[in-house]
Design a binder for this molecule. Structure first.
Ligand code: ADP
Ligand code: MG
Length: 724
């Protein structure tokens, strides 16, 4: 089908087949975690001792003995077979944001040729995918091909239904033959352990005697776009790059602010219900959903869980989101900036740390000034963001997220901390050496007798901060919608561990010198705020004044693109941070730098090639078709003695010509490969290739506004965003 025909037939098909079938949803009690081999199912199927051992491993990370693994494997196999599964797969998270699987059958044959099923503890524990097929940066040298996956018993196994049938999925870590972490799970688990160890020190110094294992928690808010699948298939950029590389802004964008929290279109409601039911079956606690700011944009936020499980669930959620959308004839876009001119998509990572004995250590309670443990942990976060801001910027850096960060919609590329009025005052007071009582938010009383009064939060929200305290957790808002939450969680847990270690050292010295508990804590926090209080900022993060003040007066870094952000991973302070906490060895860190840089370069090169191809093979031909049509009309009119204005024809010719000149320059730029360093290559992508792509686009978008609608090949923004 020629370009414009496929676009027009897509519109026809979508607008003529509008019926949505609404099925009655299954009750939650029936579907909740029905496809998960969780503790509840283990309790039903394991011996008492095996269950006790598993529970201890899940809850405290205690090692599991091989005999128990055998028992668990047998029970797991029986359960999976009863669900119709014939295959199992270790599922793991390579350094890309992807999820990887290697499927094996339960089947073996015996000497009589009978098929029997087998699944031992050792098969459950260890898998062996081909390590060399995943990016591993400099670890390639030490690890030729061998890579191992190993079962993570703390994250429950589940059944995944695909067209292939049901498969037992086993959440796993992924390492090289030499034992280096090749994935996103090992560092996350190590960062939890480092945080736990450091937190224990601080809590013990604070006189706590009963201290349960500490864990970090994560609740991720996922933003995404939905467009009709038929539009996606007529746009190679959407299919291959996940975003539109061309597209003139529609007359109606988000300027009316009428989409945010508006009524959800019926077709999308039906999709959401199906999507959430699938999540429930997988034990993922989908909790809120609503429209987002841009037309066609939505959000889903599951209830928070322990970070390691939340990270696995986030990856699974993205997969289920894409697959379910497909089933509904929709295409889900997880890209950070699928459409220019309307808001991009983020993934707010809500993060806290706590345990069973002290509770959530980032919960201030009603009187934060009396909650010394809270003040220490909150102070530790402030110090962490100040010292390791560039690291936090690096772990959210990607070619896609560069379109959001720093633009006037999303968190700025300067890392600062928002505490809210009440808490900011507490820390300012501490800096003066005082602890004063705080004011609560008071009662919300509208003076309307029929509306019940309620207590107001002590502070308003600040949506312009990249890193905000939101009542009982921090919310890292600058994370991109397609990213794994693991990188941000690793950075946050590790910087917290480092800060808590620093605090422990200072507290110990303060108490040794005879200070009482409160005076000692204030002294330590005062020193901390003197050194790091500059990172606390409650104003408008988007404003030009802040950008100037942050850099010039406060010494914070404004890191505009991935090309500048990723090299932070190679700074000595970051190397030391990861080495001292045991989260990543220098080699493991180096390999991450290499993999992420390579991905940045590859994704920009892919986009540049697509720009060249689409401009050459569909936009230029459409312009020429239209020019020929105009030519026919102009000469036909002339034959009748009518002189038509040739302005439009000239504009089409000029824009098309100019576009192809830039395409040629871009073609040469993409061919360049002799770079002195990876940094230089990234800079070239950011500051040479990207601007050329934008320039091609500006000519193409001008053509879109000029060329006849009937010959335009690509679905337009107004169609993709508004036709559902
Ligand atoms: P908002 O849009 O107002 O920021 P949402 O309700 O959409 O909030 O999402 C907030 C997310 O934060 C949810 O995933 C929620 O479960 C999570 N969350 C709540 N409390 C905590 C906590 N103590 N630690 C981590 N995450 C939390
Ligand atoms: Mg939020």
């Amino acid at each position: 089908m020629s370009g414009n025909a496929s676009r027009l037939s897509a519109i026809n098909a979508i607008t003529s087949g509008k019926d949505v079938t609404v099925e009655m949803p299954d009750p939650l009690s029936k579907i909740w975690a029905s496809d998960v081999f969780n503790l509840a199912k283990m309790e039903q199927t394991l011996s008492k001792n095996a269950f006790k051992a598993m529970k201890k491993t899940v809850q405290t990370g205690a090692p599991l003995d091989p005999a128990t693994a055998d028992v668990v494997a047998a029970a797991m196999k029986d359960w999976a077979l009863s669900k119709g599964a014939k295959f199992f797969s270790h599922i793991f998270y390579p350094m890309t944001n992807a999820t990887a699987e290697k499927h094996d059958g339960f089947i073996v044959t015996n000497s009589d040729g009978h098929a029997i099923t087998e699944f031992t503890g050792s098969l459950l524990i260890k898998g062996e995918p081909d390590g060399s097929s995943f990016p591993n940066g400099s670890l390639r040298m030490t690890n030729a091909a061998r890579g191992y996956t190993a079962w993570d018993p703390t994250s429950p196994c589940y059944i995944m239904y695909t067209a292939n049938g049901p498969t037992l999925m086993i959440p796993s870590v992924f390492m090289s033959w030499t034992g280096e972490a090749l994935d996103k799970k090992i560092p996350l688990m190590r960062s939890n352990a480092a945080m736990n160890k450091a937190a224990h020190k601080v809590l013990s110094l604070m006189g706590e005697t009963d201290i349960a294992t500490l864990n970090s928690s994560c609740g991720a808010e996922q933003e995404y776009f939905l467009i009709d699948e038929r539009f996606a298939t007529s746009r190679p950029d959407v299919l291959l790059a996940g975003r539109t590389l061309f597209g003139a802004p529609p007359a109606k964008g988000q300027q009316f602010d009428d989409h945010y929290f508006g009524a959800i279109p019926e077709r999308v409601q039906v999709f959401m219900q199906d999507f959430e039911d699938r999540l429930y079956k997988l034990g993922i606690p989908a909790k809120t959903h609503h429209n987002e700011v841009a037309p066609g944009q939505f959000e889903i936020a599951p209830y928070f869980e322990s970070a390691n499980i939340a990270a696995d669930h986030q990856q699974l959620l993205m997969t289920v989101l894409k697959n379910t959308a497909k089933k509904h004839g929709l295409h889900a876009l997880l890209h950070e900036k699928p459409f220019a001119g309307v808001n991009g998509s983020g993934k707010h990572v809500n993060w806290s740390v706590g345990n069973a004995t002290q509770g959530n250590l980032l919960d201030p309670g009603h009187t934060p000034e009396e909650n010394l443990n809270f003040l220490l942990f909150c102070g530790a976060v402030i110090r962490g963001v100040h010292l390791y801001g560039p690291l936090l910027r690096a772990v959210i850096a990607s070619a896609a997220n560069d379109h959001r960060l720093g633009a006037n919609e999303a968190p700025p590329a300067i890392l600062s901390v928002y505490l809210g009025d009440q808490l900011e005052k507490v820390f300012k007071d501490i800096q003066q050496g005082n602890l004063n009582p705080t004011e609560s938010g008071g009662l919300m009383d509208l003076g309307l007798s029929e509306i019940l009064t309620f207590t107001r939060d002590p502070g308003d929200r600040n949506r312009t901060s990249p890193f905000a305290f939101t009542g009982n957790r921090f919310e890292f808002r600058a994370v991109g919608s397609s990213q794994s939450v693991s990188g941000p969680l690793v950075a946050m847990n590790t910087m917290l561990a480092d800060s808590l270690n620093w605090i422990a050292g200072k507290l110990e010295a303060a108490f040794d010198s005879g200070l009482d508990q409160t005076t000692g804590v204030i002294a330590v926090l005062k020193e901390l705020m003197d050194k790091h209080g500059n990172v606390v900022f409650g104003g408008d993060g988007y404003s030009a004044e802040w950008h100037k003040m942050a850099v010039e007066e406060r010494g914070l870094k404004n890191i505009p693109t991935t090309a500048e952000a990723l090299p932070a991973l190679m700074e000595d302070s970051v190397k030391d941070l990861f080495k001292n906490t045991g989260v990543l060895t220098p080699v493991e860190l180096q390999s991450r730098y290499e993999v992420y840089s390579e991905q940045y370069i590859l994704s920009i090169e892919l986009e540049a090639k697509l720009v060249i191809e689409m401009a050459t093979t569909s936009i230029y031909p459409a312009a020429m078709t239209y020019l020929a049509e105009l030519g026919t009309s102009i000469s036909g009119a002339a034959a009748m003695g009518i002189e038509l204005d040739t302005g439009i024809a000239k504009k089409v010719a000029a824009e098309a010509d100019a576009m192809m000149k830039v395409v040629a320059t871009l073609g040469n730029a993409v061919e360049k490969h002799d770079f002195a360093s990876t940094e230089a290559h990234m800079q070239f992508c950011a500051y040479e290739i990207r601007p050329l792509m934008d320039l091609v686009r500006s000519h193409a978008d001008a053509l879109e506004m000029t060329v006849a609608n009937t010959v335009w090949p690509l679905p337009k923004y107004s169609e993709m965003l508004f036709i559902k």
